[in-house]
Design a protein around this ligand. Structure first.
Ligand SMILES: Nc1ncnc2c1ncn2[C@@H]1O[C@H](COP(=O)(O)OP(=O)(O)OP(=O)(O)O)[C@@H](O)[C@H]1O
Length: 584
């Protein structure tokens, strides 16, 4: 039997109008199976013509639609494997057209509509353009007669949007040249990867900048729209940034808009005491770049470095008139015996006491405007973190502490205070108090001729027993409890408004200085609110958590949650607790 080979693809048996033509095109890509079938069909057709037995059956079998479909699938799959994304989707569209006609299913229709959508088509084109790296500009060849000392220039085009450019410039006073002073981490310029600190700026939007004042250049930039073109001479030796990541807790407030020394106030970042900052660039000794955590923007801001902040704080300190009583005073001696480290013979709240021992005294802040911190997760096998409650007298610190311990005395415990007063008949040593002599005291408070206080050892005893020690402290004891040993988690018990206190404390009694209780008066609430505000203003940088003691029940639940979180969840703690000085 001589094969009747049909070489003209336009007349192959696969012809089915337009779609048939498309399949022929596919078939051209895959000549194998389709061509063999064409041969076979031609042979069989010859047999039919010669009326050979069974040939008709075979002919109809080979022409069966399902076999044709199978072949088309094979052809398309083969093409898909070897083509670009857009072509692949195009072929997918063809196959949908080919197979689903005349009875297209809903899914096929939806898929067809999706794939042929202009957005998807544009996306596919973009994908293929990028994958083929078909985006390099066509640059004219370099002129042959370039002088030897011709500087290499870089032309950078940035599309201006609502974001700031993220770079600052400076003028060299001697040469008059303009340089990129710094590129802000995460800003537009930084993300372009094309502008670097130290690059010399030659032109902005075709306008030479030599001799201009930085403010004049900023004016050009401000009035430009759309694409901004910079011509720069790139810095030859770009410094390598091999600094470690640094996290700090701000111990002071900072507002770039009232700082006359900042190179660019708009590039500055304001922060408040207690904010956690991630320092992303310390290459400049005076101005660091930082991001406030948790970060809502990738773009960093300028903040003063430790040395600069110390310098300006010192200047501010000396320029202030002398106030002998600048520290927070607590009103009256509290019923509770707050952990204190007061020297014998010194009164509470004197300025001398504060400047010498208060961790938050101005001297202390000058030494440490930023506290280096790390993320710390309490290890289950280590002693628990001490829970230190702080709040103005009368706000309910003791009430909350007592209620927490009552919830589960096997888990929570207070520290037994020490006193020099003689035991009362119902009191036992080591239960209500440790009764000791005056000579055994070193740093405690005095009331009506007797010394009172809670010792660090008493706290350590509770922690060593495996319990969570909950104490209440005065602000000046913060330094004693924020140590590597006790790792205090400080919770501020904040008073609600006077009006709210009037409602919630209607039936409550305040314990006065003389160990007598009486109903709260309006002036008590005012005093509590004022003392709370003062305390927060001065010490908020040390607070790990704040609870507003409005409704007692709700505050208690919040306390329980916070205490659990302190032990179970990672927290920012001073690096010195984890890595004592000297280790890195
Ligand atoms: N949220 C609240 N609602 C109603 N009463 C409260 C609330 N919190 C505390 N109290 C009551 O207020 C009074 C003072 O509370 P507490 O003794 O705990 O104050 P404190 O902050 O420990 O001050 P101090 O140490 O000077 O005694 C107590 O009678 C207490 O029951």
């Amino acid at each position: 039997m001589r094969p009747d080979v049909e070489t003209d693809p336009g007349s192959t048996p696969l012809e089915m109008g337009d779609k048939g033509m498309m399949l022929q095109v596919l078939a051209l890509h895959v000549p194998g199976l389709t061509q063999i079938l064409a041969h076979v069909i031609a042979e069989v057709r010859g047999s039919v013509n010669k009326d050979i037995n069974g040939a008709e059956l075979l002919y109809s079998l080979l022409n069966a639609p399902w076999l044709q479909s199978l072949l088309k699938v094979e052809s398309i799959l083969h093409t898909l494997i070897n083509s670009e994304l857009k072509v692949r989707v195009h072929h997918l569209l063809l196959s949908l057209q080919v197979y689903e006609i005349p009875k297209p299913s809903n899914e096929a229709r939806e898929l067809y509509a999706l794939l042929s959508h202009p957005h998807l088509q544009a996306l596919l084109s973009a994908h293929d353009t990028v994958s083929l790296r078909d985006y390099e500009p066509d640059l004219p060849p370099l002129p042959k007669d370039l002088p030897e000392d011709e500087e290499a220039m870089r032309i950078v085009c940035l599309v201006k949007n609502n974001q700031p450019l993220g770079a600052t410039i400076r003028r060299d006073d001697v040469t008059g040249e303009i340089y990129i002073a710094r590129v802000i981490h995460g800003g537009l310029a930084n993300r372009s990867g094309l502008l670097h600190a130290g690059d010399r700026l030659v032109e902005v939007n075709g306008q030479p900048v030599f001799g201009l004042e930085p403010e004049q250049i900023i004016q050009i930039l401000t009035h430009s729209h759309g694409t901004i073109m910079f011509k720069v001479v790139p810095i030859t030796d770009r410094p390598v940034n091999n600094q470690n990541m640094l996290y700090v807790r701000a111990m002071v407030d900072y507002n770039p808009h009232v700082d006359p020394s900042i190179p660019c106030a708009d590039a500055g970042m304001a922060f408040r005491k207690g904010d956690i900052l991630e320092i992303v660039d310390r290459s400049d000794t005076l101005w660091w770049q930082a991001v406030k955590l948790p970060s809502i923007t990738a773009c960093a801001g300028l903040i003063p470095s430790t040395s600069l902040l110390k310098r300006s704080q010192k200047e501010l300190w000396w320029s202030q008139p002398y106030h002998p009583y600048t520290c927070v005073k607590t009103s009256g001696f509290r019923r509770s015996l707050r952990l204190c480290r007061q020297r014998r013979g010194q009164d509470f709240g004197t300025s001398q006491f504060c400047t010498l021992f208060c961790p938050t005294s101005c001297y202390s802040l000058l030494a440490n405007p930023y506290e280096e911190v790390v993320r710390y997760q309490h290890h289950p096998e280590h002693p628990h973190r001490l829970i230190a409650l702080l709040g103005p007298s009368g706000v309910g610190v003791n009430e909350l502490r007592r209620r927490l311990i009552e919830i589960n005395p096997k888990v929570y415990q207070g520290a037994v205070p020490h006193t020099t007063r003689p035991p009362k008949c119902h009191e036992g040593s080591g239960r209500e108090y440790h009764f000791i002599s005056r000579e055994q005291f070193i740093e405690f408070g005095e009331l009506r001729g007797h010394l009172y206080g809670t010792s660090v050892d008493a706290v350590k005893d509770v922690l060593a027993s495996g319990k969570i020690c909950v104490i209440d402290i005065e602000p000046y004891a913060l330094e004693s409890v924020r140590t590597a040993e006790l790792r205090a988690y400080v919770i501020f018990i904040k008073p609600p408004t006077v009006e709210q206190m009037k409602c919630t404390r209607m039936n409550s009694h305040i314990i006065t200085n003389c160990y007598t209780s009486r109903p709260f008066k309006d002036e008590d609430f005012q005093e509590i609110e004022d003392a709370g505000r003062n305390m927060e203003q001065h010490y908020c940088q040390f607070f790990d958590h704040v609870i507003v003691n409005d409704g007692l029940q709700a505050a208690c639940v919040q306390l329980l949650t916070a205490v659990r979180r302190a032990q179970d969840e990672p927290q920012w703690v001073p690096t010195a607790w984890i890595r004592p000085t000297g280790q890195s």
